[in-house]
Design a protein around this ligand. Structure first.
Ligand SMILES: Cc1cc2nc3c(=O)[nH]c(=O)nc-3n(C[C@H](O)[C@H](O)[C@H](O)COP(=O)(O)OP(=O)(O)OC[C@H]3O[C@@H](n4cnc5c(N)ncnc54)[C@H](O)[C@@H]3O)c2cc1C
Length: 237
């Protein structure tokens, strides 16, 4: 566990129209361990006033690591506006790891990952971690985005799922004429889950995304016979 340790921004990449990937490196180059799915508290300290703003972000990279990668929706709020003006080399304070939403180290042979928006981040970490273990569980990942251009790190995501022999279903909730999207349209619901994972009751289900997404998908899983207490979920909005 680290508390308010200085981390330097080592990379800033605009991943989608609204999401930027930030990579932070421990200033003292030490590595931390965490379970895939956990989050870090990132703190901006105002150089002039010393005022601090802290927010939670799910870690998107593979543990253990001297780096922490986050997919951050740039909504122009208190911390995200600081990040919008950030440059490589800037220092933030990091406390980590936190959270109960984590991949079981003895993860099941059959997994169902349900991601909404930047809720993809913990699954990115899980996929990287699973690849590093050399195991090949049966993974069904259903990922909901508003627009086709919202898919985060699409190439890397597709490559990881393919490497694991899993299946990725992306659904676009706000398709528009001329957007070129020919895949699934509409929200994730029981019908889509049932189609992608008819064996849903045999899978360990993880959900991450906005509160309404998590709530709706918990109900959908329960309607498909999954026990609510077996569902692992994390929400933010
Ligand atoms: C466990 C956990 C993990 C998280 N992981 C991530 C992550 O991986 N990536 C990530 O981007 N965020 C993540 N968050 C959310 C993050 O902590 C912040 O809440 C978010 O970045 C906004 O902080 P802010 O200071 O910029 O906004 P604030 O100044 O705190 O303002 C937030 C307000 O903005 C409004 N708002 C929320 N979403 C939007 C939106 N999409 N567009 C416009 N307005 C909006 C809401 O009304 C909210 O009250 C996570 C939160 C938790 C609790």
């Amino acid at each position: 566990m680290i508390l308010n340790k200085p981390y330097v921004i080592s990379a800033i990449e605009k991943t989608t129209r609204d999401v930027t990937t930030f990579t932070f490196k421990a200033q003292d180059a030490t590595s931390i361990d965490f379970s895939p799915g956990m989050f870090a508290m990132l703190t901006h300290v105002d150089a002039a006033t010393g005022q601090k703003i802290s927010r939670a972000f799910s870690i998107a990279n593979c543990p253990p690591s001297g780096e922490l990668q986050f997919f951050i929706s740039m909504i122009g709020g208190q911390l995200t506006s600081k990040l919008a003006a950030a440059k490589v080399g800037d220092i933030y304070l990091v406390s980590a790891p936190y959270g109960q939403f984590k991949l079981d180290p003895n993860f099941s042979e059959k997994l169902l990952f349900l991601a909404g928006g930047t809720g993809l981040a913990p699954f990115f970490s899980m996929l990287k971690y699973i690849i590093a273990t050399g195991k090949k569980p049966d993974i069904e990942l259903i990922y909901s985005v508003k627009y086709p251009y919202d898919i985060i790190e699409q190439k890397e995501l597709e490559a990881m799922v393919e490497q694991l022999g899993g299946r990725l279903t992306v659904t676009v909730t706000r398709p528009a004429d001329g957007d070129g999207w020919t895949g699934n349209k509409g929200r994730v619901d029981a019908a889509l889950i049932g189609k992608c994972a008819p064996d849903v009751k045999e899978r360990v289900s993880y959900i991450c995304g906005p509160p309404e997404f998590v709530k709706a998908l918990k109900s959908a899983l329960v309607s498909l016979g999954v026990s609510e207490k077996e569902i692992k979920a994390e929400m933010w909005g």
